[in-house]
Design a protein. Structure first.
Length: 168
């Protein structure tokens, strides 16, 4: 690179910095989640019992009050879980929902959390039961945040959390 090109490149970067064009990245909420407590083992047909889940906004802005998002628990053999509303009825299938899910329409400020303590039932009163024809083996209990993709986020790739569980 010759001296003229370097001067041109530096001038361009100074112009971008002084006009604020580099800083015009859209600030958005960013929802993530963790499963803080769940059983490490369960039997097919058994209620999962107490679950503790945390959803957090690690973004820069508030999730708007009118925007609603849903959180689902999914049973999966692998870490290839679609971020979409999972099926929950019928015979066992890969990436099937456990329960009906939980939805939140309250504001979630940056750095704030939505703690979900579940005593074996989801928000609709549906029991959180491992489907009775689930084959024994090692699985992941997967938390899928904003499964319907209702919230426009700064990072859409961090909406799943995997918790290992053995089905007997």
């Amino acid at each position: 690179m010759n001296r003229g090109m370097i001067v041109l490149l530096v001038s361009f970067m100074v112009c971008m910095l002084t006009t604020g064009l580099f800083s015009q990245v859209q600030e958005l909420p960013d929802l993530t989640g963790t499963i803080d407590r769940a059983p490490e083992m369960a039997a097919a047909g058994e209620d999962l019992g107490y679950l503790y889940v945390t959803v957090k906004n690690i973004g820069k802005v508030v999730k708007k009050k009118k925007e609603s998002y849903c959180v689902f628990l999914v049973l999966s053999k692998d870490k290839e879980v679609p971020v979409a509303r999972p099926p929950r009825d019928g015979s066992f299938s890969e990436d099937m929902a456990i329960g009906a899910g939980m939805c939140n329409s309250r504001k979630l400020k940056p750095g704030k959390v939505w703690k979900i303590e579940n005593s074996g039932e989801d928000a609709e009163g549906t029991q959180m039961i491992i489907h009775k024809d689930t084959p024994p083996g090692n699985y992941f209990l997967v938390l899928v945040v904003d499964a319907d993709n209702q919230i426009h986020e700064s990072n859409e790739k961090n909406n799943v959390y995997y918790f290992p569980i053995t089905i007997m």
